[in-house]
Every structure is written in structure tokens, then in C-alpha cells.
Design a protein around this ligand. Sequence first.
Ligand SMILES: N[C@@H](CCC(=O)N[C@@H](CSC=O)C(=O)NCC(=O)O)C(=O)O
Length: 280
Amino acid sequence: MSVTVRSEQACFGGTIGVYSHASRETGTEMRFSVFVPPGAAARPRPALYFLAGLTCTEETFMIKAGALRHAADHGLVLVAPDTSPRGLGLPGEEDSWDFGTGAGFYLDAEAEPWRPHYRMYSYVTRELPALIEAGFPVQAGRRGVFGHSMGGHGALVIGLRNPETYRSVSAFAPICNPVAVPWGEKAFGHYLGPDRSRWTAWDASLLMRQRPFPDSILVDQGMKDQFLDGQLRPESLESAAAAVGQKLVLRRHEGYDHSYWFIQSFIADHLAWHAERLGT
Ligand SMILES: N[C@@H](CCC(=O)N[C@@H](CSC=O)C(=O)NCC(=O)O)C(=O)O
């Protein structure tokens, strides 16, 4: 499968690039960004996937999180996909910032008209890793996943559903219990349809109760987060973890909001967390 280089520039001794390709899963052109740390050409490195939140693109995390210096230091390849297919022209796709374009929720849609295209789960867990492992200096199968908000939900769900593939999981301000909050109800109602029994397979707090992740999970949450009351529900994840003995490091930070300033403040801890588990 051919990948087009949109940009490629030197950064911290490595390379930051934006790439595009025709996606089999979404039926659209998809973009993703990759940071390759120095020395990876001679010795392939583990790949750490970051899933961004609502309204973000494949570039937001690489530009705003301050992660690249730490990825260079640890020898981690960073991969950031876009947050949804784009440009399909489906009805309602562009009407709001929390649904449709920029809001793929990292699931595979089951309801029309979203079903053939909104397949971000399969895209992120299968199609994209195959491209990355074929075209970049990464160690096949040595993967971690983390994310923010909608992307934190995606990271938790992907880790919990695929513990044999993802060795490390962390999240910033994740949507922990989407079936019970407005963002999740809106997205799941459209993408999965009205039968709520179909939603549980995409909810981290419910999945964790069925099958905990084999390693500890790191979650950072700002206490001045404008979405904490009503959308994020870290307490649901905490209760699920306590119920099944899941190791969970949930850190609550006074004064921090939902922004990339919050992410920047704790990004070093997340890169160290993944580096330790991925064995760089
Ligand atoms: N446009 C919205 C705010 C959207 C927003 O805050 N998006 C967050 C993720 S929220 C959950 O997934 C984000 O990461 N934005 C990118 C950024 O650069 O901050 C509004 O008007 O409130």
C-alpha cells in the first residue's frame, strides 16, 4: 500500500513527518503523523500510539504536547492518527464539534450511514499498525497506546480489548464511562444505534469489569477540567478497578484544566511509563 509523504522535518535528532494513504477501513484518504527518534534506523524501536480528542487532527498532539523531546530521549517511535475520516459528506457529519468529523470515537460503527466508513477502531488497531510496521523502523508487535479525552477513551478501550498486543496503556482526562455521559450517548447512539446493549463493548469502565488489563494503567486528571463534571467520570473507572483488582494509578491534579497545557505538564511521566513497559 502506498503512503504519501506530506512533510518530513528533523526534530530532536530524529524525524517528524505527516503522511497520507488511501484507507481500506474508512474508504477515505487518512493522515497520520510519526516521530522517529534518533538511532532508530540502526535499531528499530517500540511504537507508542497517541489518540487525540474531539476536534483534533493527526498534528495536534505532535505540535502541542511537548512529547518529542522525551520520545527522542527514550527511543520511542510516536504515531498519531487523525481522529475520524473526513470529507464524506454524510448528513450531520459537520453539524457539531463532538460528533462526525473529528469525533470518530475509536470504534467501528454499526449503524447506517456511518457503518462503512467510521471504522477508527479497526483503522487504529490493524490497518495503521500494519503500515507503520512495514514502512518505519519499529519493532513489530511491541506497542503501547495512550490518549486524551475522546482519545483517552480510545486508548483504554483498545488496551482492554487487546492486552496481548498493547503492553502499556495510559490516558489524560479520558472519557471513562461513555455510555453514561452526553458525549458518549450522542456518539454511540448514532454510530452504534439505539440498542444500548451494543454500546458496552466500547466502554472502558464496563470492559474493565469483564477483563482487567494485565499491567497497571496510568490516568492523569485535572481538577479544574471544564469537562470533568458531566463527561469524564474517572470515579467509574476507579470503582471498576477496585471491583476487579485492576492496578490503576489515577492522579488528580488541582488547578489543571482539559487543555494541552495540562498534557504538556505531565507528558514526561507518560513517556517514561510507556518506555519502562515497552523496554526501550
Ligand atoms: N471546540 C470545543 C472544544 C474542543 C476541545 O476542547 N477539544 C479537546 C478534546 S475534548 C475531548 O475529546 C482538544 O484536545 N482540543 C484541541 C486543542 O488544541 O486544545 C469548544 O468549543 O468547547
